[in-house]
Design a protein around this ligand. Structure first.
Ligand code: 6PG
Length: 250
């Protein structure tokens, strides 16, 4: 069964964040109604900052925060107070502004000087929380992702070792061009989700978005192409600038 792909074209970045916020609220409300809890993995980078700010400002009253559980799909190898920290950004723009129990928040322990150890610890955190054993993968209700101009997503960069991972949930991934390690969910975790939502905004993403959605280059060169939830939904929230090179039919 091929993954249903929904392309949501919005006009402005603010329209994109509004539509994405509505998707988070709808997904959270449905998950809690059906399964008693909502599990979400947040993305980092700059794009989701306005989404988190919008949810904190407008939706905090309408969400069942005590039944919502927050994880991260990747992290830079820095402590939580570092300006580069994805956890730090989400804490400052959303989690510190809403009534979520601290026990419901699961940051990647990227302060650990050993990135591989941090990845292993986080894998065990996921396995315990989702009660999954070897060969099994956690099924998130919603995973938010961004995409870099090179087609990377989470910290799955082109031609890096993490792309080959088939059994681990979380790995440390050395990224030569950044001369840094990142800690990232693996593709099996992304593709086990009930829903994956990409947020892509800005003209600097137009060429790569065209390639990922309409191009025929090998997927390893554009890792976002490899994100195809096997029994889930894939939504692309894109604004007009990012969609400027897509064919009208896309
Ligand atoms: C990170 C992200 C990464 C991000 C893209 C897009 O840790 O940086 O998880 O995958 O989503 O690099 O970043 P921007 O939103 O800043 O363009």
């Amino acid at each position: 069964m091929s993954t249903p792909v929904e392309l949501r074209r919005l006009t402005t970045p603010q329209d994109l964040f509004q539509a994405a916020a509505e998707e988070v609220i709808r997904s959270a409300t449905d998950a809690v109604a059906q399964r008693g809890r909502f599990t979400i993995a947040l993305s980092g980078g700059s794009t989701p900052r306005n989404l988190y700010t919008l949810i904190a400002a407008n939706a905090s009253a309408s969400l069942p925060w005590d039944r919502m559980f927050f994880f991260w799909s990747d992290e830079r190898h820095v402590p939580p107070d570092d300006p580069e920290s994805n956890y730090g950004m989400a804490r400052d723009t959303l989690l510190s502004k809403v009534a979520i129990p601290p026990a419901n928040i699961f940051p990647i322990p990227a302060e650990n000087p050993d990135a591989s150890a941090a990845a292993e610890i986080y894998e065990q955190t996921l396995r315990k929380f989702f009660a999954v054993g070897p060969g099994e993968f956690p099924r998130f209700d919603l995973i938010l992702l961004g995409m870099g101009p090179d087609g990377h997503t989470a910290s799955l960069f082109p031609e890096t070792s993490a792309l080959q991972e088939k059994s681990r949930l979380v790995v440390a991934n050395w990224v030569e061009k950044l001369k840094a390690s990142r800690i990232t969910f693996t593709l099996p975790v992304l593709n086990a989700a009930r829903c994956v939502a990409f947020l892509v905004s800005g003209a600097d993403k137009a060429a790569v978005l065209h390639e990922v959605l309409e191009g025929d280059s090998p997927a390893e060169k554009y890792p976002s192409k490899l994100v195809r939830p096997s029994e889930g939904k894939l939504i692309w929230f894109v604004d007009r600038a990012a969609a400027s090179e897509l064919s009208a039919a896309a």
